[in-house]
Structures are given as C-alpha cells and as structure tokens.
Design a binder for this molecule. Sequence first.
Ligand SMILES: C[S@@+](CC[C@H](N)C(=O)[O-])C[C@H]1O[C@@H](n2cnc3c(N)ncnc32)[C@H](O)[C@@H]1O
Length: 264
Amino acid sequence: MGESIKNYDTYIEGMGKSFQDKLFFMDKIDDITELVDFGCADGTLIEHMSKGLPGVSLIGYDISQEMIKLAKGKDKTSGLFTSDFNEALSIVNANKSLLNLSSVIHEVYSYSMPYAISEFWNSVFNPGFQYIAIRDFCVSSSVNRKADVNDWVKVIQKADANQVLDYESIWGSITENRNLVHFLMKYRYVSNWEREVRENYFPITMEKLLSKVPTDKYEIIYFEDYVLPFTANKIDEDFGIQLHDSTHVKLLLKRKSGVMKYLS
Ligand SMILES: C[S@@+](CC[C@H](N)C(=O)[O-])C[C@H]1O[C@@H](n2cnc3c(N)ncnc32)[C@H](O)[C@@H]1O
C-alpha cells in the first residue's frame, strides 16, 4: 500500500474525527440485514455504526492485514473482520445489504495498479448490494484553474516553506488551484507527512466518479458535494482562506427494483 503508515494512532485518529459525517446514510436506508464496510481499517466506523444498526450483521473488509488484526483486537460488536472480500460476500444477502465505501476510493486509486482499480469497481457493482454508500474526497474538474493570487500569497506567508517545497516537488506549483486545494487538505498531517504528501486525495474527478455509476442498475438517492466544516474552519484559522471548491462527496445509491440480485 505505498509508503507505510508511520504513526497508526494519528492515521486512525484523523479518520475518526469525521465519523458522524461518515454515517450520513444511516437515516436514509430501509431495513438492511448486512453491511459490508469496505476499507474498514481498525473497525472504528463499524463500532459507531453498530449503535444505530441493532440486529444488522456488520462485516469489515480491509486489504491491510495489519488493520484487520487491530480491528479484531478491539472489536466490541461481534462483527466479522476479514481481508478476504469473498469471505465477506459469502454471508451477504443481496436483498438487504449495504456496501459502505468511506474514504477508500481515493486510496484504491492512489495505491493500486490499473487492473486492480477495475477489479475494485467490479467488486462494488457486480455483487448486487441493495445500497452503496460512498463518502470521499472528490473535486469537480472545475477545480482546474489558476489559484486566486491572494490565497496563494497567504499560503506562501503562513505555511511551512519546506512542506510547500516538498509538496510542489511531487504535485507541481500551488499557483494551480487544484494543487493549492490539495495542499490545504493535507498540510495538517505532519506526523505521517511522508505518506500523506504522496497520496493523491483527488485521483478522480466528480465527473469521472459519477460516470462509474451503472445507471441501469442503480439510482442515486442522495448526493452532496461539500467542504467539511472542521476543515474549512481550520484552513480559515491557519491561513485566512475560504475554500471555494467542494472537496468531498457523499453519494447513496439504491439498486433499482427488478434488477437481478447476484448475491446468495
Ligand atoms: C483512509 S482509511 C478509511 C477508513 C474508514 N473507512 C474510515 O472512513 O474511517 C482507508 C482504508 O482503506 C483500506 N484500503 C485501501 N485500499 C484498499 C483496497 N483496495 N481494498 C480494501 N481496503 C483498502 C486501507 O487499508 C485503509 O484501512
């Protein structure tokens, strides 16, 4: 998975901060019996979900065996944690299942070979989950323009100059708005900087993400593009910059009635 995670505690703490936002789909779904959390990491999200989903079988899948070990060690939900996606699928009933993809799509794109990315989309859409919830970093292609010079100057004056240099050597000049916004999403992750600076938070545009949805099988029942309030406030506090581009997306897909169910 690319550069290793130097500090698991901060990596996990960083993911946990926005957990309420990650549960956006919970009040938008009808009764489900199984939920597969794809990229479950140490199981923190499953633990939060278990409180609002009594009686639902929770299954955590992660490609990282280290994460699965952590999840099993701290699990209080009697969930199943596995790094074998087929094992996860083997106990899912298509009629009443939800696949959750929280902050994982950008990692799949950042760390996988192209064939693995196609396999990933097959794993998402082929099994026939009733719901698919997606929440991740995502920008529209309209982010590709020159940065506002007043925002650029604020970063030059207030950011750690070495961090900017390091960032620009990988991603290019922050005079480009996309690069500036991307930098503002990651400058806080100092303790895992070597990994975070290389990770592409915006590997696919909103347009490309939406184009992946097989609209013959799924309809979008919820869509939101937004900036996390915590992040917006922090950037305002640290730089005096107000973000003008949405940096995140929440999507909830529901399988259309009459579409074949592939699972079980
Ligand atoms: C940023 S964390 C998100 C954790 C959790 N879903 C959340 O939102 O808090 C991304 C997780 O996805 C996992 N991951 C990355 N690529 C994956 C893949 N191809 N298949 C399964 N898990 C993957 C990583 O190991 C990591 O635990």
